[in-house]
Design a protein around this ligand. Structure first.
Ligand SMILES: COc1ccc(C[C@@]2(O)NC(=S)NC2=O)c(OC)c1
Ligand SMILES: [Zn+2]
Length: 260
C-alpha cells in the first residue's frame, strides 16, 4: 500500500515529515547526548519491578523484532527517577546497523553504538489504553540501553535463537518466561529528557531514560539480527532488516538531565 514509511532511500527518515509533519517538531527523538549534561541531584534512582513480568511472544513487525508483554495489570512496572507515576512494561525491541556499521539511535558526544534496546512502558494510571498513552505528552517512558560489540551476551541468545522463527514481516511465535532484567547493565545511572517515538507516528509522548552503561553483545549475536527481513514471506523483494535507526534530531532548547 502506497509509499509506506521505512528506512530506505525513498521512504526513510528524511522524508517521514511528508506524511508525519510532527517529524519537524520541538521534542523529536533520538538526540545526541553532549559531553556536559546538567547533573540533577533531585533525580532519584529508576526502579524496574519486573519480577512478575509475563512475556507473551516475539514478532517481526516489518520494522524491528519486538517482544510483547501482558500489560493488563501492574505486574511489571518502572517507577522513580523523573517519573510521577508507575509505567507498565508493554514491549521491548531493538535498532541496529549493518555489518560492521553502528546502528544506535541516540549518540553520546557524537558517538554511535552498535545497537540500541528500547524497553517501552506506558502510563496506565492516567490512560486506559496504550494507544491513548502513546499520543499523550506524559504517556510513555522508554528505557534505552546501548549495545556495544564485545563478548557474547549470556542471555541475549534466547532472543537471537528465536529469530529464525520470525524472519519475515508479520511472523510471530510464543516467547514466554523471558525477563528483560537480564539485559540490564550493572549501573542504572541515566540521562533523561522529553522526546518522541523514533518511528512514525513520531508522537511526542516519551519520557526518555537512557542508561549510561552499555551492555556487551558479540558480533555473532548481532549478525543474527540481520537474518531478519523487512519484507514478508510472500513478497518477491527480500530486504535484510538492518540500519533500522533514525539519526539524531535537533535538541531545540531541551534540557537533558543526568542522574548521579
Ligand atoms: C503508536 O505507538 C507506538 C508506535 C511505534 C513505537 C516504536 C517506536 O517508534 N518508538 C520507539 S521509542 N522506538 C520505536 O521504534 C512505539 O514505541 C513506543 C509506540
Ligand atoms: Zn525504538
Amino acid at each position: 500500500k502506497g509509499n509506506h514509511w521505512g528506512y530506505g532511500k525513498e521512504n526513510g527518515p528524511d522524508v517521514w515529515h511528508k506524511n508525519y509533519p510532527v517529524a519537524l517538531g520541538s521534542r523529536q527523538s533520538p538526540i545526541d547526548i553532549p559531553h556536559q549534561v546538567s547533573h540533577d541531584p533531585s533525580l532519584g534512582p529508576i526502579v524496574l519491578d519486573y519480577d512478575h513480568c509475563t512475556s507473551i511472544n516475539i514478532c517481526n513487525n516489518g520494522h524491528s523484532v519486538v517482544v510483547n508483554f501482558d500489560d493488563t495489570d501492574d505486574r511489571s512496572v518502572i517507577h522513580g527517577g523523573p517519573l510521577e507515576n508507575p509505567y507498565r512494561l508493554s514491549q521491548f525491541h531493538f535498532h541496529w546497523g549493518g555489518k560492521g556499521c553502528d546502528g544506535s539511535e541516540h549518540t553520546v558526544a557524537g558517538n554511535s553504538y552498535a545497537s540500541e534496546l528500547h524497553l517501552v512502558h506506558w502510563n496506565a494510571v492516567k490512560y486506559k489504553l496504550f494507544d491513548h498513552a502513546a499520543a499523550a505528552p506524559d504517556g510513555l517512558a522508554v528505557v534505552g540501553i546501548f549495545l556495544e560489540t564485545g563478548d557474547d551476551h549470556r542471555w541475549l541468545h534466547t532472543i537471537t535463537d528465536a529469530m529464525y522463527m520470525v524472519k519475515y514481516k508479520g511472523s510471530a511465535t510464543d516467547f514466554k518466561g523471558f525477563n528483560p532484567k537480564c539485559l540490564l547493565p550493572s549501573s542504572l545511572h541515566y540521562w533523561t529528557y522529553l522526546g518522541s517515538l523514533t518511528t512514525p507516528p513520531l508522537h511526542e509522548s516519551v519520557t526518555w531514560i537512557l542508561l549510561k552503561e552499555p551492555i556487551a553483545v558479540s558480533e555473532k549475536q548481532l549478525g543474527k539480527f540481520r537474518l531478519l527481513q523487512f519484507t514478508g514471506e510472500e513478497e518477491d523483494q527480500r530486504l535484510r532488516m538492518e540500519n533500522n535507526f533514525r539519526p539524531p534530531q535537533p535538541l531545540k532548547g531541551r534540557r537533558i538531565r543526568s542522574s548521579n
